[in-house]
Design a protein around this ligand. Structure first.
Ligand SMILES: Cc1cn([C@H]2C[C@H](O)[C@@H](COP(=O)(O)OP(=O)(O)OP(=O)(O)O)O2)c(=O)[nH]c1=O
Length: 191
């Protein structure tokens, strides 16, 4: 089987990919995540996923490489990871009592080609008080996560409903990725 590389430093993406029960290596691309602000959310996440793959190709030229990027979109504003407490607070206030979309882009490079797709999941938040927001920020959970929350952690308490792939919100749409890897023959379907 071709060597598989997950171009990500995210422990969540690693954990999710392990569900496929196939061996892989992780590589932190540390790609520059700045992009022109006129890109649509789907183009934004696909472009960054491709960028992460591109960095990894230099280190693993013959491997199959997967890269991903996740953002939260509320009122047409793209929210990445908050840089500080003030930004985290601002983001959580923006999400309070409303529905936002989480976009995850995935890029896959194999022997023949590189392709990218994205998944969109809608997430509805409960109305949050200042105290709810302050307490959540004090947990430290928001800081390495797009939109300043983690649905897989304490952030679950902020979420009223979700429409779409849960794993895409956590950073990797695993069922769609599984199908893409079946298509390129990296995974053999069970009998
Ligand atoms: C909305 C949400 C995001 N996130 C995470 C997924 C991503 O790891 C992160 C968004 O940042 P990304 O830039 O997509 O990824 P990353 O910097 O963590 O890792 P790498 O670039 O090395 O692959 O936010 C959650 O863990 N839970 C959530 O509920």
């Amino acid at each position: 089987m071709d060597h598989l590389v997950l171009a990500s430093a995210s422990p969540r993406r690693k954990e999710i990919l392990q569900k496929l029960n196939i061996p892989f290596t992780t590589f932190s691309s540390n790609a520059d995540e700045t992009l022109p602000s006129n890109l649509s959310p789907s183009e934004f996440v696909k472009t960054l996923a491709l960028r992460k793959v591109k960095v990894a190709i230099e280190h693993y030229p013959h491997a199959v490489i997967i890269g991903a990027d996740t953002v939260v979109v509320s009122d047409d504003i793209i929210l990445g990871k908050p840089k500080n407490m003030t930004e985290a607070k601002h983001m959580l206030k923006q999400l309070s009592g409303r529905i936002h979309s989480v976009y995850t882009g995935v890029a896959i490079k194999d022997k023949n080609k590189t392709e990218a797709f994205y998944e969109k999941t809608d997430v509805e938040f409960w109305e949050l008080t200042e105290t709810d927001i302050d307490q959540y920020i004090m947990s430290g959970e928001p800081f390495d996560k797009a939109g300043a929350y983690g649905i897989q952690g304490l952030g679950a308490l902020l979420v009223k409903s979700i429409n779409g792939d849960y794993y895409s919100v956590v950073g990797l749409p695993i069922s769609r990725l599984y199908r893409a890897l079946l298509n390129i023959g990296l995974i053999i379907p069970p009998n």
